[in-house]
Design a binder for this molecule. Structure first.
Ligand code: 5GP
Length: 183
């Protein structure tokens, strides 16, 4: 029987637990200044952003509201099409609110662009974006998150909320999956 441990499937740790923590502290400090007095609504994009969101929110020193949205992107030939299906919508009306969309990773950028347009149409006071990771690749439509954790290469990563076939979300670090795991 094949023993399936993370160590068998992770090629390399890209961002350690300590490195992630230090960056999230910096981002929370910046957001606490920028959103002070605005009572912003932080929107978690499930499930990938869940760890990042929880750590970020608990480090905020100003008052925030929290809400969750779950999406699934339609794929064609294993490529993101940018057409997103809402699996769970926000619980509350966001009209007049300062909204921050919290995403795990920007690959093509189509998911975040779609969500920004969707929530922007609901007449919030503002809608900004933060992503923990952004892949350094050419895109059909360039996207610039307002806040970013790390700019990385084009590797497929797992851990700290990110999955491969729903595995590895619970890893405390972000690692590069061995290509033979998914080929
Ligand atoms: P995009 O619309 O930017 O192409 O795709 C964004 C979504 O694709 C992310 O929210 C994430 O769910 C998934 N994704 C893109 N790249 C990776 C990756 O390297 N690892 C994992 N686990 N998911 C990824």
């Amino acid at each position: 029987m094949k023993i399936t441990t993370a160590e068998n499937d992770i090629q390399e740790i890209l961002y350690s637990e300590e490195t992630i923590k230090a960056r999230v502290v910096e981002l929370a400090k910046q957001l606490s200044v920028d959103y002070n007095g605005l009572d912003p609504l932080f929107v978690c994009v499930l499930k990938g952003a869940s760890f990042f969101y929880a750590d970020l929110c608990r480090l905020m020193s100003c008052r925030i509201f929290m809400d969750f949205i779950a999406v699934s992107s339609y794929e064609s030939n294993a490529k993101s099409t940018g057409v997103v299906r809402i699996i769970k919508d926000l619980d509350k009306n966001i009209t007049g609110k300062h909204v921050l969309i919290v995403e795990d990773i920007i690959d093509t950028g189509l998911t975040l662009a779609y969500l920004k347009d969707l929530l922007g149409a609901r007449k919030p006071a503002s809608v900004k974006t933060i992503s923990l990771l952004q892949k350094d690749i050419p895109r059909p439509r360039e996207i610039h998150p307002d806040y970013l954790g790390f700019r990385m290469g084009s590797q497929f990563v797992v851990g700290y909320g990110l999955d491969y076939s729903d595995y590895y979300r619970n890893l405390p670090y972000i690692g590069i999956l061995k290509p033979e795991t998914y080929s």
